[in-house]
Ligand binder design. Structure first.
Ligand code: C2O
Ligand code: CU
Length: 494
């Protein structure tokens, strides 16, 4: 039976739902929890809390194992690891200008942290164990506090043992709403994620040598919002903002809304002039905001499909409900521009970043490395297959902090030339910054901003930043097995 996600029919309903969702989040980290399984209500669509700009949004995120059914019976519920009572959750919605205070409670039997993916925040809040904070041990709490400078569709996840934790569902959504966005009739979140489950509902291996050294280990089951081919209700004839997330660890998707004219209005949360949704491959961690018109009559449907495969794969169904809103002709509308500092390209040095396989696969035992202050067996895989500028994480003798890939001068602008020397795709992610995507030697690039860019095999892609945010910032592939087996480093801005 497909799960259903009800979406309120009017903006007023949305606001009420939003307030309730956030209040619940603040109480127990359960902003999304619905009393009966599969009947998630408005949490998926509820927007800003009813609080003025400048106020504090407080959430508690208890990371722990929770049983949840992903496969239908007779399979068993699966031992997910989540920040809220149910996957997907929580979805934190706040308004630009508000401050977030999020308390991580570590209910796992391993250390962890929260990385706020895509947010240009102070380095101390970035959530990378050993690099920006001590790991949060089992039973401990850690408080993150920051004011997101940009509106957009973001998410958060751990940064060690990510292959298992994210594989079992440990991710949450952070939506920062524009105070001045155009009006939409509904705002839905679609999280695309595969699960590595056997027929009985047990998890299988999240990492394999074979996968890690190639395109990654793929899950066995595709879902949206943790449900197999769910039905997502949308107001008939409404203008729908759908925040499409690829939160899988491995798979690249290229999404379509079959049956509707759909427009991309933001990439990784960053607005761009609306463009038709007709070919925007997304690697792990990449997001797009899409605008489409729901069918005019209740009961009519549209399909969300992934066309990045031999045959288009249906992922979810949008079904129109309600009396049909009185909207006129459909027009895409742009979101208000973000205020990402503009790099000064004339003055920008070009920094080469080469993504390659290691010459020889290396093995080591991270747990047996005395005095390594920087990593442990949870943060590093026992093998390295990949490198950035021929440097694998960790490097050489492992007994000291690896040097940064590059040190940048604070305030200066830089162009990274990302060179993919491999026959595989790599979604390359920077912490604390948003790339301005400039040009490619192998395809026409749509000017846009992104925190994660998908490098095609053998491609050279140029991206730029203004290095205004000091600190040590991770720079890595977001295919988690590649990250864990060496395609990871950091840049220093000082
Ligand atoms: Cu989602 Cu280091 O990243
Ligand atoms: Cu990669």
């Amino acid at each position: 039976m497909p799960h259903r996600f009800a979406v309120p029919l009017s903006r007023r309903a949305l606001l009420r739902a939003g307030g309730a969702a956030v209040a619940a989040t603040a109480l127990g980290g359960t902003g999304l929890a619905a009393p009966d399984a599969g009947a998630l209500k408005t949490g998926l669509a509820g927007p800003a809390p009813v609080a003025a700009a400048g106020e504090l949004v407080e959430v508690e995120l208890i990371a722990k194992q929770r049983m949840q059914r992903i496969l239908p019976e007779p399979a068993d519920p699966s031992p997910l690891i989540t920040y809220a009572d149910r996957f997907p959750g929580p979805i934190i919605r706040m308004r630009k200008g508000q401050r977030l205070r999020a308390t991580l409670v570590n209910g796992l039997d391993e250390h962890t942290s929260i990385h706020w993916h895509g947010i240009r925040l102070p380095n101390l809040e970035d959530g990378v164990p050993y690099l920006t904070q001590p790991p949060t041990k089992p039973g401990e709490r850690h408080v993150y506090e920051f004011t997101p400078p940009d509106a957009g569709s973001f998410f958060f996840h751990p940064h060690c043992n990510t292959v298992e934790l994210l594989g079992r569902g440990l991710a949450g959504i952070l939506i920062v709403e524009e105070p001045d966005a155009p009006k939409f009739d509904a705002d839905v979140v679609c999280l695309v994620k595969d699960w590595q489950l056997d027929k009985t509902g047990k998890f299988g291996a999240f990492i394999t040598d074979r996968g890690a050294a190639r395109a990654g280990t793929f899950g066995s089951l595709s879902t949206v919002n943790g449900a197999i081919d769910p039905v997502i209700e949308v107001p008939a004839n409404g203008d729908i903002r759908a925040r499409l997330y690829n939160i899988d660890s491995t798979r690249v998707v290229d999404l379509r809304v079959e049956g509707a004219e759909a427009w991309i209005i933001a990439v990784d949360g960053n607005p761009l002039p609306p463009r038709p949704l007709d070919g925007w491959p997304m690697g792990p961690a990449m997001r797009i905001d899409v605008l489409f018109r729901a069918p005019a009559k209740a009961g009519q449907t549209l399909r969300l499909t992934n066309v990045y495969s031999a045959e288009p794969k249906p992922l979810a169904t949008f079904r129109a409900v309600g009396p049909g809103l009185p909207n006129k002709r459909f027009k895409p509308r742009a979101l208000p521009a973000s205020a990402i500092p503009e790099p000064d390209l004339k003055d920008a040095p070009i920094i080469p970043m080469a993504f390659s396989a290691t010459a020889v696969a290396q093995s080591f035992d991270a747990a047996a490395l005395p005095g390594l202050p920087y990593a442990d067996a949870l943060c590093l895989s026992a093998k390295t297959f990949w490198a950035i500028n021929q440097q694998s994480w960790p490097e050489g003798g492992h007994e000291r902090l690896p040097p940064p890939l590059v040190t940048l001068e604070k305030g200066r602008s830089y162009i990274f030339e990302l060179a993919n020397l491999t026959p595989h795709l790599h979604p390359i992610h920077i912490h604390g910054y948003t790339f301005k995507v400039l040009s490619s030697d192998s395809r026409k690039v749509v000017p846009h901003h992104a925190d994660t860019v998908l490098l095609e095999p053998k491609e050279r892609l140029r991206v730029a930043i203004k290095a205004d945010n000091p600190g040590d910032w991770m720079f890595h592939c977001h295919i988690i097995e590649h990250q864990d087996t060496g395609m990871m480093g950091y840049i220093r801005v000082a």
